[in-house]
Design a protein around this ligand. Structure first.
Ligand SMILES: [Zn+2]
Length: 298
């Protein structure tokens, strides 16, 4: 888990990590998954194309533009807390060597370059009414995008979920898809990601089918600064929660596991991309709850 805290809190957490360690070890046992580490000494094959050598070093697991508000400035520190209770102060978003080949890394970059401005526009939805319809129905509040291609949205979201599941990064050790779903996302990404923006834009209309699961993307109504959110990911059976600092992403792979409050924002079967809006107070509470769970404070 990555979180941004005041310098004083960072020192406090580091001081107390020995106390929390046994509790966190137990949490790790509860949530640990087998990760099949790559054999040492030999560069493995790219996890996406399964053809080329995974020569790329420092592949981002989560696009940097989603996490950059976590990183350094004067009065705050970023802490990465491991499953065994130890912590460190990373300077950048989680990366991994030898996960992908250079060509596949490039294919992810093309998609991410396309999505960086879209994510900014989502945060600015109040002045982007030509791009997002802001809908309020009783307690339910959400954005309906007029510009996001639903197929490219799946590519973008699945590209993050798949990397979280296949990486060996300790920060994401509590997140793992089952093998069949992981492979369905890999196949979809490998078949459809392109090596230039032009070819991706031209290719999108020809994609007839995609793996269609419940995807619920929720953000606080007002972007918090400094970020009140954490970077982390958890799996519990068919429900996967991915905290992306300013967004919460629920990925739920069966219909029985989705609760009604989330189903309202599900993009499964939807032809328009929906983004749920939550109250800022609830947003902070959810993130605090996750931090406290990790540290077992409450
Ligand atoms: Zn590759």
């Amino acid at each position: 888990m990555y979180l941004k805290v005041r310098k004083f809190d960072a020192a406090f957490i580091k001081l107390n990590q020995k106390i929390f360690m046994p509790i966190i070890k137990r949490l790790k046992q509860l949530f640990s998954f087998n990760r099949r580490p790559q054999p040492k000494g030999k560069i493995p094959i790219c996890r996406l194309c399964k053809v080329s050598v995974a020569d790329k070093k420092n592949s981002h697991i989560v696009p940097r533009f989603l996490t950059k508000s976590l990183f350094p400035e004067n009065i705050h520190k970023t802490l990465a807390i491991k499953g065994d209770g130890s912590s460190k102060e990373p300077q950048d978003t989680p990366k991994e060597d030898h996960l992908l080949c250079t060509a596949c890394e490039r294919r992810f970059e093309i998609l991410e370059t396309m999505y960086a401005p879209i994510i900014r526009q989502i945060h600015d939805y109040k002045v982007q009414s030509e791009k997002f319809e802001h809908i309020v129905e009783g307690q339910k509040e959400y954005l309906k995008s007029k510009i996001i291609n639903p197929v490219s949205f799946r590519l973008f979201i699945y590209s993050i979920i798949w990397r979280l599941s296949v990486c060996s990064n300790f920060e994401f050790e509590c997140m793992k898809l089952n093998a069949k779903i992981e492979e369905s996302l890999r196949g979809f990404l490998d078949q459809n990601l392109q090596d230039t923006k032009k070819s991706l834009v031209e290719h999108l209309p020809s994609i007839a089918t995609y793996p269609d699961y419940h995807l619920c993307l929720i953000k606080p109504k007002i972007k918090t600064n400094p970020p009140g959110g954490v970077l982390s990911a958890y799996s519990e059976k068919q429900t996967h929660l991915i905290m992306l600092v300013d967004f919460a992403l629920f990925f739920i792979t069966d219909d029985k596991s989705i609760i009604p409050a989330l189903a309202e924002f599900s993009n499964k079967g939807s032809r328009s991309v929906l983004i749920g809006l939550g109250d800022n107070e609830e947003w902070i509470k959810l993130n605090r709850l996750l931090v406290h769970k990790m540290l077992n404070k409450g």
